[in-house]
Design a protein around this ligand. Structure first.
Ligand SMILES: Cc1ncc(COP(=O)(O)O)c(C=O)c1O
Length: 502
């Protein structure tokens, strides 16, 4: 555990005087958020300094950045609690943006006539800027599940095509994959992504490569980061592999936006579904649908045909094609009267992230996750880490672990649930379990019986035989947290574990 002398010496994030004073002065919206931020920085005990150089070791980065992110934490009400680590469930809106959101709802309630508080093209442009995309490639969706559903239902499938998925897909999207497969007569193939700490990016690519059926595999679908183990799948390498075979790529980026630097056009991926309300900290029920709409250096392949499943745009093509310059993002964002206060808030939170610096946020989150993993390994042994993490390319801010010592305990759903409830009682929400029986490996997969409840439903990358992983627990390292929070979390794990196994 860290000694008290290494604590950063900034004013306490939860200092009531500081917080009250700032909140009284607050306006609403992006400008108010930026004003608050700049004021916090001007008054900060920490002098303005550029972010650490790329490649700075995690410990040095945290030492240099923790005070800066203590200021960041003051922009959120959540910082008072300091135990909320699960941005992978839902994020929290920065205070002035939350105010503007509420003000927007009030305004609409007083005069419900206007459809948009802010033209959606303006909001989409704000998102596109931060996400490294063109505005015509960005649509506002309800969330990740909605975006992925529109994308997978919209691909130009033919009976007998195959969809290649990782074994780590989230249940909502597994449901969509299965419905799309049933509707169009597709075969579903899986590639394994073992959760060993030393599993490498190249092994993931090779695992996917082995499962491609040339001429039959039409699309590849995977998450980055993936839900059960938090592994950040090597998007760019998988995009290149797919392009070599003329395969369309679809990525579930529920945890990508707000955690990573999202230069979407540079990833070479064809379609992304991204959550607005998790790490990106926008309102619930907001998401981003990205559809590549040009030939980019990272993906010069022709645009895949794409059927628009949901749009009120009368001029949108009806045959899956799209003429040069067609604003696909606009067409996909026309679906009746939205609750536009939440759209506007999503654009505003994206602007705020850009101002802080997405790379800075990403590097802090990843360094804090390194710290959390090291603390868990120090407390419970190396086996406590149940995710690939030695290859830096695969790291994310989702920390998957299991502190239980015995193999049987690590696979026992009752013990797992007892540990999760114990952590809840100790004040920590903890994600519990892989996709287990809700993953792609459930019936009608012929190997379904080899997987157990809450396991990480993996397959051997070479043989494709079932290789279920231990039950994972998950915490996260959102940028409003620091090393003390992680120490507190690991200490609570030790206490709870003692109670659970005696
Ligand atoms: C990988 C993954 N995809 C999709 C979702 C669903 O996200 P949303 O609420 O944005 O639809 C989750 C939720 O945790 C997830 O972990």
């Amino acid at each position: 555990m860290r000694s008290a002398s290494r604590r950063c010496s900034v004013p306490s994030v939860s200092s009531p005087i500081t917080r009250r004073r700032f909140i009284e002065k607050l306006g609403a919206g992006t400008l108010a958020t930026l004003a608050l931020w700049h004021e916090l920085r001007a008054e900060s005990a920490v002098p303005a300094a550029p972010p650490p150089a790329p490649g700075t070791p995690s410990d040095d980065l945290l030492a240099a950045e923790e005070a800066y992110f203590a200021d960041f934490a003051k922009v959120f009400t959540i910082a008072d609690e300091h135990k909320y680590l699960v941005a992978s469930q839902k994020g929290s809106m920065p205070i002035p943006i939350l105010r503007h959101f509420k003000e927007g709802l009030d305004r609409i309630a007083r005069d419900p006539f206007p459809v948009y508080l802010e033209p959606s093209a303006v909001t989409r442009a704000k998102i596109a800027k931060g996400y490294g995309a063109r505005v015509d490639e960005i649509a506002i969706s309800r969330n990740t599940t909605d975006a992925i559903s529109q994308i997978l239902h919209g691909l130009d499938w033919r009976a007998g095509d195959e969809i290649l998925c990782s074994t780590l897909e989230y249940p909502n999207c597994v449901a969509t994959v299965r419905r799309v497969a049933g509707r169009f007569g597709l075969a579903i193939r899986q590639f394994g992504v073992p959760s060993r700490p030393d599993f490498s990016a190249e092994e993931i690519v090779e695992s996917a490569r082995r499962r491609i059926a040339p001429g039959k595999t039409k699309a590849m679908f995977f998450s980055c980061p993936a839900h059960p183990s938090g592994v950040a799948m090597p998007v760019r390498r998988l995009a290149r592999l797919a392009q070599e075979h003329g395969i369309t790529t679809v990525v579930d980026g529920a945890h990508y936006g707000g955690m990573f630097v999202p230069r979407l056009d540079e990833t070479g991926i064809d379609f992304w579904g991204i959550s607005g309300h998790k790490w990106q900290c926008g309102p619930g029920g907001t998401g981003i649908l990205y559809a590549r709409n040009a030939r980019w250096p990272a993906n010069p392949n022709p645009l895949p045909r794409f059927h628009i499943v949901r749009s009120g745009d009368l001029d949108a093509p009806t045959d899956g094609s799209r003429p040069e310059g067609f604003d696909l993002g606009a067409a996909l964002s026309v679906y009746g009267f939205p609750e536009s206060a939440d759209w506007r808030a999503l654009g505003e939170v994206c602007e705020f992230w850009d101002e802080i610096g997405r790379e800075r946020i990403q590097n802090y989150i990843l360094a804090l996750a390194d710290y959390a993993r090291a603390a868990l390994a120090a407390a419970f042994g190396e086996q406590a880490i149940v995710q690939p993490c030695r290859d830096p390319e695969l790291r994310s801010g989702i920390v998957a672990f299991n502190p239980l010592p015995e193999p049987a305990q690590r696979r026992d759903p009752n013990v797992a649930r007892a540990f999760q409830s114990g952590m809840e009682a100790a004040g920590y929400h903890v994600g519990c379990g892989g996709t287990g029986l809700k993953g792609l490996t459930r019936p009608p997969d012929p190997d379904a019986a080899d997987f157990f409840d809450l396991c990480i439903p993996n397959r051997d990358p070479e043989t494709n035989r079932p290789a279920p992983g231990d039950i994972p627990f998950r915490t996260g390292t959102p940028a409003w947290c620091n090393r003390d929070d992680m120490d507190g979390f690991v200490g609570a794990c030790a206490e709870v574990m003692k109670k659970v196994i005696g």
